[in-house]
Design a protein around this ligand. Structure first.
Ligand code: KIV
Length: 265
C-alpha cells in the first residue's frame, strides 16, 4: 500500500489565502502519473476540455458521461498524491437534481475520484447544495463556461461583474469547496477571491486567485489548435513529437533500426 499522502478536500480549502493551489488537467494514466510524481500538483482535473484536446472536437458539448468516467478512471489509477476532480459533462446534471445526484454518484463509484466539478452559477446552486448534502464534494465553475459557448456567443472574456459575483457567491454558499474562475478581468478575479470563503482557481482570471489551472496539453505545448492569451506553454512538445517521429522514420528507412542490441538471437 502507498504511504504517499493524498491532498484532501479540507486541506484544499485550508489553502485559501495561503500558498497558491496548483491544478492541471489530465486525461490518461501516463500523464497523470508523470504529473503527480512531481509532488507539485495539488489537484488533477479531468476536464471535459478533453473533448477538444484529446477527441479533436470543436467544443466540449459532445463529451459524454461514459467518456468522462473512462478518462477519470485512468487518471485516478495514475495518481497517488493529488486530489482528483472529474468534470460533469454537458447534459449530465441539467435535467434535475435527481439526475445530478445519480450521475455524480456513478462518477464517484465507477472511478474513485474525490470530487466533481460542474459549470454554472445561481441556476445550479440548489444542485450543488444537494450534491454536497449527499457527501459529494463539488468544485464550481463560473465566468466563461465552455458548455454554454453557443449561448455566450463564443469564447469571450466575461465582464458582467454583478452576474459573476452573484454566481460565485451562490455556488460557494451552496457548499462548493472551490470555484474555478475562467476568463474574466484580473481585478474581478481579485474581487471574487476576496468575497468568497473557499479557494478560487483561475484560468485567465489574473494572479490574485487562490490557485491556477491550465489544460495539461496547453501547458506542455502539445496542442496544435488555438492558443488562448492566458496559456503559458512551458515546452513545445508538439515539436519534440514531430522530431522523434521523423528520426524514427529516417532510422527505419536507413535500416539502422533495430540494431543488433535491439534484436533477439
Ligand atoms: O475542462 C477543463 O479543462 C476545465 C478547465 C479549463 C478549468 O474546465
Amino acid at each position: 500500500m502507498s504511504t504517499q499522502k493524498t491532498v484532501t478536500v479540507p486541506e484544499f480549502v485550508g489553502r485559501k489565502g495561503g500558498e497558491p493551489i496548483v491544478m492541471i488537467t489530465a486525461a490518461d494514466f501516463t500523464m497523470a502519473r508523470l504529473m503527480d510524481s512531481t509532488g507539485e500538483v495539488d489537484c488533477l482535473l479531468v476536464g471535459d476540455s478533453l473533448g477538444t484536446v484529446v477527441q479533436g472536437r470543436p467544443t466540449t458539448l459532445a463529451v459524454t458521461l461514459d467518456q468522462m468516467i473512462y478518462h477519470t478512471e485512468m487518471v485516478v489509477r495514475g495518481t497517488q498524491r493529488a486530489l482528483v476532480v472529474a468534470d460533469m459533462p454537458f447534459g449530465s446534471y441539467h435535467e434535475s437534481i435527481e439526475q445530478a445526484i445519480r450521475n455524480a454518484t456513478r462518477m464517484m463509484q465507477a472511478t474513485g475520484c474525490t470530487a466533481v466539478k460542474l459549470e454554472g452559477g445561481v441556476r445550479f446552486a440548489d444542485t450543488v447544495k444537494a450534491l454536497v448534502e449527499c457527501g459529494i464534494p463539488v468544485v464550481g465553475h463560473v465566468g466563461l463556461m465552455p458548455q454554454t459557448v453557443h449561448a455566450m456567443g463564443g469564447y469571450k472574456v466575461q465582464r458582467n461583474e454583478q452576474k459573476i459575483l452573484d454566481d460565485a457567491s451562490a455556488i460557494a454558499e451552496a457548499g462548493a469547496f472551490g470555484v474555478v474562475l475562467e476568463c474574466l478581468p484580473a481585478e474581478l478575479g481579485k474581487r471574487v477571491t476576496e468575497m468568497i470563503k473557499v479557494p478560487t482557481i483561475g484560468i485567465g482570471a489574473g494572479v490574485h486567485c487562490d490557485g491556477q489551472v491550465l489544460v495539461g496539453h496547453d501547458l506542455l505545448g502539445l496542442f496544435d489548435g488555438h492558443r488562448p492569451k492566458f496559456v503559458r506553454p512551458y515546452a513545445d512538445l508538439k515539436e519534440v513529437v514531430r522530431d522523434c517521429v521523423k528520426r524514427f522514420s529516417s532510422d527505419v528507412k536507413a535500416r539502422t533500426f533495430p540494431s543488433l542490441e535491439e534484436s533477439f538471437r
